[in-house]
Write a protein that binds this ligand. Structure first.
Ligand SMILES: [Zn+2]
Length: 100
């Protein structure tokens, strides 16, 4: 199915420009994005947007492929604000253990 795609004119903090399906909740105002034409998938639309912006990538919200295979749909940097869980419990938490 061909759908209308748009790309953000403004880059995100990591330099990426998100490619959206028309009507996506994360799509910016009409004057802050550019119409990419009709495409069958995010992949095709991103290829088109890449001629405009080197950081073009599929929006993780409106790209249904993301939920099947996130590896090439989203740069890992989008998750960079999430602090990974520590590999081990820090020593400072040991006092929370119940007394014996
Ligand atoms: Zn989107």
């Amino acid at each position: 199915m061909m759908r209308q795609f748009f790309v953000d004119l403004e880059s995100r903090r990591d330099g990426s420009h998100l490619v959206h399906v028309n009507g996506c909740m994360l799509m910016p105002e009409r004057d802050q994005c550019r119409f990419l034409g009709r495409h069958a998938s995010h992949k095709d639309a991103v290829a088109d947007a890449s001629t405009l912006f080197s950081g073009a990538c599929a929006c993780f919200y409106c790209n249904e492929d993301f939920w099947d295979d996130r590896s090439d749909a989203i740069p890992a940097s989008i998750f960079s604000h999430i602090t990974p869980l520590p590999a081990d419990v820090p020593a400072g938490f040991r006092h929370l253990e119940p007394p014996r």
